[in-house]
Design a binder for this molecule. Sequence first.
Ligand SMILES: Cc1cc2nc3c(=O)[nH]c(=O)nc-3n(C[C@H](O)[C@H](O)[C@H](O)COP(=O)(O)O)c2cc1C
Length: 165
Amino acid sequence: MKTLVAYFSQTGNTKKVAEAIYEEIAGDKEIKELSEVESLEGYDLAFIGFPVHASNPANPAKEWLEKNAAGKKIALFVTHAAPEGAEDLKAILERCREAAAGAELVGVFDCQGELADAIIDFLKKSDNPRHQAFAEYGPQTKGQPDQSRLEKAKNFAREVMASQS
Ligand SMILES: Cc1cc2nc3c(=O)[nH]c(=O)nc-3n(C[C@H](O)[C@H](O)[C@H](O)COP(=O)(O)O)c2cc1C
């Protein structure tokens, strides 16, 4: 069984989760940036990770999934600045699943990731009150994903792998 871990990560959070997941995978495995993956040909299972941007799967990942996910066995991992369980995350995660429509989805993991300082500054300067409100998440995201979240990501990887054996 050959497993791929592929991620899109602008500020490094999703990459950390990708590396934690990768560590837990036994057997033939590869880890790559999503932009380096042309197709899922030759892989039995792929963990695909990306951040939430503007309440949606980040565009490069959305487009990649829409092109490559159908018919493939996929587990998604998603990072976001909102705290896990935040009300609007349900719909956001649903949109992540929709991007992978047609895939055999074997699991979805999500966790909080730090909101980069440059993004906080940008949001604070915005005229849009929703952006300004979102910047308030900034301080409580510092250091995420922390060790406990990375452990949860590893658990997720183990569960997905166990369900495939
Ligand atoms: C342009 C942009 C838009 C974002 N929009 C959201 C959002 O709508 N909801 C949210 O929870 N986090 C949002 N975030 C925060 C990121 O999802 C979060 O920081 C994520 O962990 C970044 O992952 P990365 O370091 O792998 O790029 C946004 C970040 C950026 C840069």
